[in-house]
Design a protein. Structure first.
Ligand code: UDP
Length: 254
C-alpha cells in the first residue's frame, strides 16, 4: 500500500497530498494546544466534531457565495480541499470583548463592542502570532492592499452570516479567527476562505447562560470541552443522534 505524502502538519491538522493535482486532504487531529503549544493535550473525538462543524459552516458560507477551499467531506476526520497559498495573516473578527483584546485594552470580557472590529495577526509561531497593522502587511509584502480589502469584505460578510446563524441556535458569536488563501485558476488568482471554522477558532457563548461552548474550556482548564463541542454540533443539527436524523438542519431556539 502506498502511503500518502504529508504536505504539512500543524497543531490540530495534517494536510496530505490530494487525489488530483490542485487538491489536498485536510485531516483533523484530536490534539488541543494553547498558548503557542505550551499547553497540549489530546481530546478524544475533537477532530471528528471539528471536521463536521467546519464542513457544515463552510458549506453554508459557500451557499451564500463566499468562495472557500472546501470541496467535500471524505470521512470522519478528513475533507477534500483545493490547494491554496495561505496568506500569512490571521484575520480576527470581534463582536464582544474577550481574550487578548480584553487584556490588551482593559475592557471587561463580555462588553459588547461599538461595532465589529477586525484585527490582523502575523502567522508566526516563533513570534507568537503578533498583532500587526495593514501597514506592516503591505510593507512586508504578506498581502497587497487589494487582498486586504478582499479579506476584510469577506470577513464582515462571514461575520454577519455566522452571527445570525449562531443567534438562531441560542449562541453568541463573540469572536473568531479565519485564514485566507490564494487560489490560482488558469491565469487568475482569487482570495478564498481556507483553514477551518470550528469551536477551536471561535468564541461561542450560550445566549442565556453565557456558558462557553468553545476552546476557552481547554485554555482555562474548565473541563467539559467535548460536551460543549457536541452541544454546538447538536444545535447546528449535524450530530448523528438517535432522535434527530443526520443533517436535519439547525435547531431553532426560542
Ligand atoms: N484564535 C485562534 N487561533 C489563534 C489565536 C486566536 O483560533 O492562534 C481565535 C480564538 O479562538 C478567538 C479569537 O481568535 O476566538 C480571538 O482570540 P484572541 O486574540 O482573544 O486570543 P486568545 O485570547 O485566544 O489568545
Amino acid at each position: 500500500m502506498s502511503r500518502r505524502r504529508r504536505v504539512y502538519e500543524g497543531k490540530a491538522k495534517i494536510l496530505y497530498e490530494g487525489p488530483e493535482p490542485g487538491t489536498l486532504v485536510q485531516h483533523f487531529k484530536d490534539d488541543a494546544t494553547a498558548f503557542n503549544n505550551k499547553k497540549h493535550d489530546t481530546i478524544d473525538g475533537k477532530g471528528v466534531l471539528n471536521n463536521r462543524i467546519s464542513e457544515y459552516l463552510f458549506t453554508r458560507l459557500n451557499d451564500i457565495g463566499i468562495p472557500t477551499h472546501f470541496v467535500r467531506r471524505l470521512n470522519m476526520r478528513e475533507q477534500l480541499i483545493r490547494e491554496v497559498e495561505i496568506v500569512p495573516v490571521e484575520v480576527v473578527v470581534r463582536n464582544v470583548a474577550a481574550g487578548s483584546l480584553s487584556t490588551r485594552l482593559g475592557i471587561d470580557e463580555g462588553t459588547p463592542l461599538p461595532r465589529s472590529i477586525i484585527e490582523f495577526c502575523y502567522k508566526s509561531d516563533e513570534l507568537n502570532d503578533p498583532l500587526v497593522s495593514e501597514e506592516h502587511i503591505t510593507a512586508f509584502g504578506w498581502a497587497t492592499p487589494q487582498e486586504i480589502d478582499d479579506m476584510m469584505a469577506l470577513a464582515l460578510r462571514i461575520n454577519d452570516f455566522l452571527t445570525g446563524l449562531f443567534l438562531g441556535i441560542g449562541i453568541r458569536l463573540v469572536d473568531f479567527k479565519i485564514e485566507f488563501g490564494r487560489l490560482y485558476e488558469n491565469d487568475m488568482m482569487r482570495i478564498v476562505l481556507a483553514d477551518e471554522i470550528s469551536p477551536d477558532s471561535c468564541r461561542l457563548w450560550d445566549i442565556k447562560t453565557d456558558d462557553k461552548l468553545d476552546k476557552d474550556r481547554f485554555r482555562r482548564d474548565m473541563g467539559g470541552l467535548m460536551d460543549a463541542y457536541r452541544e454546538v454540533a447538536r444545535r447546528l443539527g449535524i450530530l448523528m443522534e438517535n432522535d434527530r436524523p443526520e443533517g436535519s438542519g439547525p435547531v431553532l431556539v426560542k
